[in-house]
Design a protein around this ligand. Structure first.
Ligand code: SAM
Length: 339
């Protein structure tokens, strides 16, 4: 799914073309409407009112949006704002904008919607996500900022993930893992979670992005670069046998340190992992966390200290690739066993 400028955009200058790309990136991953650069757009529209049509083509009318649409409410809010900004220029009304809004208003909302994240290569990762941040009793059916942060970090530190046997804990619906599998070519990548609906949506998202699970490859087919699997893994009850079988040399997790109960449960699996992993495989663990409540975060660090797990904060060396709220602080901890 390559992102190409629609034809007929010769009327735009470079600033306007970049603006169209920014709107496309933000729209496809449903960035909060208020965070889009509307003010800059309003200015550019006074110079070139037809820019609104280009943005329409690159967002609501884009083939990716047609096939994997963001929520209806998101599309409605987006179009209403675009129309408002165009109307403010006093230019001739553009029928296409109103008919696109009418089409959205006449459609029915579905529980599941899609978000598509643009990679630097131009490839997209498309995920089926829930519209509400908590649904079906879990936080796992949406992509959280720490997942995007860790994915950006992985793209920049490709070598750390390349050819590794990776286990992801609390994968949710799969953004980080899919970015790593597309960009870093690990040897094996095991996604895991404990919530049945999350696991089901995760598998769908893996297939949606053109990957097959390990068991879906026929014996005759060519061996893929990365073997992908999904497993039901509860941090509280996972067995030694299961962890030994996974034989991971890199374990990653994002946004799994958000309340004291989960800290206790998550530290339990870390202790088991360090304890059960085959000696000499040099296990490394990376945990990306949004620091919403510094007390909970400190509790996590203290629990690690008490457990004999060493932690260090990794430097935030990465490019901003995805569109998300960067006001909240995200940090990656690298964990190793104290010797
Ligand atoms: C806030 S979500 C983060 C999802 C994803 N990593 C992200 O950053 O977008 C936390 C995830 O941890 C999972 N989780 C919570 N407790 C768990 C446990 N005891 N065992 C396994 N997974 C758990 C939830 O099901 C959920 O998918």
């Amino acid at each position: 799914m390559d992102l190409q400028l629609p034809s007929g955009d010769q009327f735009m200058d470079a600033t306007q073309a970049t603006m169209c790309d920014t709107f496309q990136r933000d729209f496809l991953c449903c960035r909060r409407i208020g965070s889009l650069p509307w003010k800059d757009l309003a200015h550019q529209l006074t110079l070139q009112p037809l820019l609104a049509l280009c943005i329409l083509e690159k967002t609501v009318k884009h083939p990716v949006c047609k096939k994997y649409p963001p929520s209806l409410q998101y599309r409605r809010l987006f179009l209403s704002e675009l129309i408002k900004k165009h109307e403010c220029t006093g230019a001739e009304p553009l029928d296409d904008l109103y008919s696109a809004l009418a089409e959205v208003l006449n459609s029915e909302e579905t529980a599941v919607c899609y978000k598509s994240y643009c990679l630097p290569t131009g490839d997209l990762i498309t995920l089926s996500e829930n519209a509400a941040i908590i649904s079906e009793g879990t936080t796992g059916l949406v992509t959280w900022e720490a997942a995007l942060f860790l994915a950006e970090w992985a793209i920049e530190h490709n070598d750390i993930f390349n050819n590794r046997t990776i286990l992801e804990l609390g994968s949710g619906i799969g953004l980080t893992g899919l970015v790593i599998c597309k960009s870093c070519y690990p040897k094996k990548y095991t996604f895991s979670d404990c919530h049945q609906k999350v696991l089901q949506q995760l598998k769908e998202n893996i297939r949606l992005n053109g990957f097959k699970l390990e068991e879906e490859h026929s014996v005759t087919s060519e061996k893929p670069k990365t073997l992908l699997s999904v497993t039901d893994l509860d941090w509280e009850s996972v067995t030694e046998h299961k962890l030994l079988k996974l034989d991971a040399d890199l374990v990653i997790a994002s946004d799994v340190v958000y309340d004291p109960d989960i800290v206790t449960s998550f530290t339990k699996i870390l202790r088991k992992l360090f304890h059960y992993t085959k000696p000499g495989n040099g296990l490394e663990v990376l945990v990306a966390s949004t620091i919403r409540n510094p007390e909970t975060y400190r509790l996590f660090q203290k629990t690690l200290d008490d457990t004999g797990i060493r932690w260090q904060v990794l430097p935030d060396q990465k490019r901003n690739i995805f569109a998300y709220d960067r006001n909240c602080k995200v940090e990656i901890l690298k964990l190793t066993l104290q010797v």
